[in-house]
Design a protein around this ligand. Structure first.
Ligand SMILES: N[C@@H](CCC(=O)N[C@@H](CS)C(=O)NCC(=O)O)C(=O)O
Length: 216
């Protein structure tokens, strides 16, 4: 059976939601961050980067969230959760998945773990500068939703990029200008939250109501 090494609220929520979308059997294996299990010798054998998630599919051990999502879509073609090979829509799905992973996600990591990157006296300034960089990135997502016309990031076609966008948007909820405060993104987050797959993954990870969107 497919195994997803996860920790609640982390990047593993992206493939967790996608596995629920696929509706296939899978097993969740908790990586206990409170015990720094992501740095244990056993876990580092799965992912030498010490990052969550990891997907185990038979003999295949896979890390890097977009690779996991694309592998899952490739191995379940009947679910049609990626546009057809070679089409412009599929190319855009690749682009957004890589952008979310490569551009927005690292900025969120800098925001949450500033103390890893700069001395203590510079943390507040680094966080403020990072937050200022995240704003225009959220504007790009907002513009994409407006131009695609929704309901999903690429328009009518739901793709794994949606799982990534939702989780990354949720991580902005305590920013001064969170994703949910932008009109198209706010409505998109609400639509995504209503998907049964998102609700099932949220229930399993015991996410609070305010995880995707701050109350009030
Ligand atoms: N590039 C990786 C990044 C994954 C990542 O940043 N995971 C975080 C949780 S959101 C993590 O494992 N952090 C543990 C740590 O840094 O010690 C991916 O896309 O899967």
């Amino acid at each position: 059976m497919l195994q997803l090494h996860y920790h609640p609220t982390d990047a593993s929520l992206m493939p967790h939601i996608f596995l629920e979308e696929l509706g296939v059997p899978f097993e969740l294996v908790l990586v206990d961050r409170s015990r720094n299990a992501q740095q244990s010798p056993e876990y580092l054998r799965l992912n030498p980067n010490g990052k969550i998630p990891v997907l185990v599919d038979g003999d295949l051990v896979l890390y890097e969230t977009p690779a996991i999502l694309l592998h899952l879509a490739d191995t379940h073609p009947d679910k049609q959760l990626m546009p057809a090979l070679g089409t412009p829509l599929r190319a855009h799905a690749y682009k957004w998945m890589v952008w979310l992973s490569n551009t927005l996600h690292p900025n969120m990591t800098n925001y949450f773990y500033a103390e890893r990157y700069v001395p203590a006296e510079n943390v507040a300034d680094f966080v403020a500068r990072t937050e200022a960089r995240i704003g225009p990135l959220l504007d790009q997502l907002e513009a994409q939703l407006q131009s695609s016309g929704g309901p999903w990031l690429l328009g009518e076609t739901y793709t794994p990029a949606d799982c990534m966008a939702l989780v990354l948007c949720s991580w902005t909820r305590n920013l001064q200008r969170p994703a949910s405060s932008l009109p198209a993104l706010g409505a998109y987050i609400d639509r995504m939250r209503q998907r049964p797959a998102v609700q099932r993954a949220s229930a399993t990870e015991r996410l609070p109501e305010t995880f995707f969107k701050k109350a009030g």
